[in-house]
Design a protein around this ligand. Structure first.
Ligand code: AGP
Length: 672
């Protein structure tokens, strides 16, 4: 997620904003920028780290060109985690309107930006970047013009983008009048702003927000409104800091905690206007609204982790939103998959007759889960290979082979070398990646980005769940394009996917017993994990988490393999985690794993059973029973993995380890 900071007050804004951005650096980013109002709008932005921005600002100042950047008392700043468009200077935020009057920064994904951009370009707007955010800058400028011309009506929506709840006038927007009959809904005369500072800008923001789809936190400054910052949010965080000598806006409190601990959390679909001595909140229609006041009792370091002890815990907690964000904009209202961003023609997709998934570690486990779904939905043979082994076994690849390279960092050398080998064999390579602009997507033929946001902890958690989502989307898209699945069948699974963020959230609500169990198991020499079907890769992932976090021997097995050797490992009290398939989905598998539970229990194992609500058959064989919501068989790893993440984290913490930075490990393994 991007970092966002705003300030309006009595002190110079630049230093405050830059300090706030530094406190948000932990979130991960690939470019940064600031804008300050001081008898004009002054802005500076650079790709890369904040040091690049600092250097550019220093050069500006040394050449006397900062024009008052350093003294202006109204400002905004942004650290960008690229989603639309690579991390370059031109794509860094803030983005300005063509007339240079306003600057806007954004965190989130504007789902309808392609429509907005096309219509704005058709109306003569020339874009300076590849981003979705720049649409907002141009729309805000148009609304300011419409408002200052005294129009009580919203500027006409670009045709095809219903201005929900408004009656677009027929007047020109950007010099072009829109055709009659654009979608018109209930009359809504926008509040013609009073003369209060920032009221015009706030009304312009409200009008624009009513036209945006997707998740967004926006901040805007206007050189015609010095002393004012206006913000807005939907499905993306924004908090207000009430200070003695000014007010603050930020994506989280760590940006301003050094200045004030009195905060206001904004609610859904709210617009906030801050000046040096006032904070005003409305809804998107201009009606007064209230945020939630709270006192921040974290210290600055804790605040970076959102109050969690470790980034890993924060990232585990972010999984519902990460799953929702990765689905966002890729599911149509009619339940179809929309992957236009994956630049592979439908004919090429129809020609695919073999799929290889190549990845490492957790990403490899995501591929193992994906295999079950992709083969079931598409009937295309799908092999999953450890990237470090793939090219050395001389795999059979050709032009009708699709190789899917899964990587959170996009820099894993083993995976990069595997995809290079695949391309040499003329296979088509699709990357599934969480880091925009990294090497693996850049060298692939196509990419489907996960939107987990930066994953700081070395142990991968939210990236894993979003990799599963991305693989499900690819599988359904293939089945849809090849006609293997009917539209209603795809729509059924799409509606199941849309329930998953809530189901993951409900698992997170019942994790205290798992944390308690982790503290009890902290002294165990070893833990075994068993599962069947998609539960088998989950068992492998649970074992990996424990190995890399607790430095404890852990091993995952296909439950059916126990009798072929591993059951000899079972001793009195050996902890065995068992991932139970749904009794509804594949009852034959469920019955077999109940037998496995009986077998290990009979030999003294301490069984920790992950089973869905309502599955009573396993209760008799569970020393610890962890319930997850009932979930379709192929989607179950989205909920059954979460308790294993929490268990490993708690055991590592109980052992006194550095949970976020385990020994010997790096977040991105850029060597073979
Ligand atoms: C997972 O918890 C580990 N950090 C590691 O196995 C990781 O998944 C693997 O190195 C692959 O990294 P990537 O997804 O960035 O390619």
């Amino acid at each position: 997620m991007c970092g966002i900071v705003g300030y309006a007050g009595a002190r110079p804004a630049l230093g405050i904003v830059l300090d706030g951005l530094r406190r948000l650096e932990y979130r991960g980013y690939d470019s940064a920028g600031v804008a300050v109002i001081n008898s004009g709008l002054l802005s500076c932005k650079r790709s890369g780290k904040l040091t690049n921005l600092d250097k550019a600002l220093a050069e500006l100042s040394a050449n006397g060109g900062d024009g008052g950047l350093v003294t202006g008392t109204t400002g905004i700043g942004h650290t960008r985690w690229a989603t639309h468009g690579p991390p370059t200077d031109r794509n860094a935020h803030p983005h300005q309107s063509t007339n240079g009057r306003i600057a806007v920064i954004h965190n989130g994904i504007i789902e309808n930006f392609a429509t907005l951009r096309a219509e704005l370009e058709a109306a003569g707007v020339e874009f300076a970047s590849d981003t979705d955010t720049e649409c907002v800058a141009h729309m805000l400028a148009a609304e300011l013009t419409a408002l200052e011309e005294g129009s009580p009506h919203q500027a006409p929506a670009p045709a095809g983008v219903p201005a929900s709840g408004t009656v677009p006038n027929k007047g020109p927007l950007l010099g072009v009048s829109f055709e009659e009959g654009s979608p018109v809904q209930a009359e809504h005369v926008s509040r013609v702003p009073s003369s209060k500072p920032g009221e015009v800008l706030a009304e312009a923001m409200r009008r624009v927000c009513r036209r945006l789809e997707g998740a967004f936190t926006l901040l805007v400054v206007d050189k015609e409104a010095p002393g004012v910052v206006v913000g807005a949010r939907r499905d993306s965080p924004l908090v207000v800091g009430r200070g003695e000598d000014g007010n603050y806006l930020a994506s989280d409190v760590s940006a301003f905690i050094a200045h004030t601990r009195e905060a206001v959390e904004l609610g859904q679909d709210q617009v906030v206007t801050i000046t040096a001595d006032a904070v005003e909140i409305t809804d998107f229609r201009g009606e007064p609204a209230a945020g939630r006041d709270f006192h921040v009792d974290w210290d600055a370091t804790a605040a970076e982790k959102g109050g969690y002890d470790y980034f890993m815990l924060k990232e585990i907690a972010e999984q519902p939103r990460a799953v929702a964000d990765t689905l966002r904009g890729r599911l149509s209202d009619t339940g179809q998959i929309m992957l236009d961003e994956v630049r592979v023609s439908e004919q090429d997709l129809r020609d695919v007759d073999k799929i290889f998934i190549v990845a490492c570690g957790t990403a490899y486990h995501a591929g193992l889960v994906a295999k079950y779904a992709i083969e079931h939905w598409t009937r295309i043979p799908c092999e999953v290979e450890l990237a470090s082994e793939f090219r050395y076994r001389d795999p059979v690849l050709d032009r009708t082979t699709m190789v899917v390279a899964i990587s959170q960092s996009g820099e894993t050398m083993d995976t990069l070398m595997a995809l290079r080998h695949a391309k040499e064999q003329h296979a088509r390579v699709l990357a599934i990646c969480n880091t925009n602009g990294s090497t693996i997507p850049r060298e692939s033929d196509a990419v489907l980005y996960t939107h987990a946001g930066p994953e700081i902890a070395v142990a991968s958690t939210k990236a894993f769940l979003t990799q599963l989502i991305a693989c499900y989307l690819v599988g359904l898209h293939l089945a849809q394009v090849r006609g293997i699945m009917y539209a209603d069948e795809v729509a059924t699974i799409v509606s199941q996917l849309q329930e998953m963020p809530g189901k993951v959230d409900s698992v997170l609500d019942v994790m205290e017993p798992v944390r308690q169990l982790g503290r009890e198991l902290a002294g165990s020499p070893s833990v075994l994990f068993i599962g069947r079907h998609v539960g088998y890769p989950v068992a492998l992932e649970g074992a990996l988490k424990l190995k890399e976090l607790a430095y404890m021997h852990a091993e995952g097995f296909a439950a059916g393999e126990l009798k072929h050797g591993p059951i000899a490992l079972i001793d009195n009290g050996t902890p065995v985690v068992c991932v139970v398939p749904s009794p509804v989905g594949r009852s034959v598998l469920h019955d077999k794993i109940v037998s496995n539970l009986q077998e290990v229990r009979a030999r003294g194992a301490r069984t920790i059973v992950i089973a869905e609500e309502g599955d009573e058959a396993v209760a008799a064989y569970a020393d610890h029973l962890v319930r997850v919501p009932r979930t379709p068989t192929l989607l179950a790893p989205l909920v059954t993995t979460v308790p294993l993440q929490v268990l490993a984290c708690e055991i590592a913490s109980a052992r006194g380890h550095d949970v976020d930075q385990p020994r010997n490990l790096a977040k991105s393994v850029t060597v073979e």
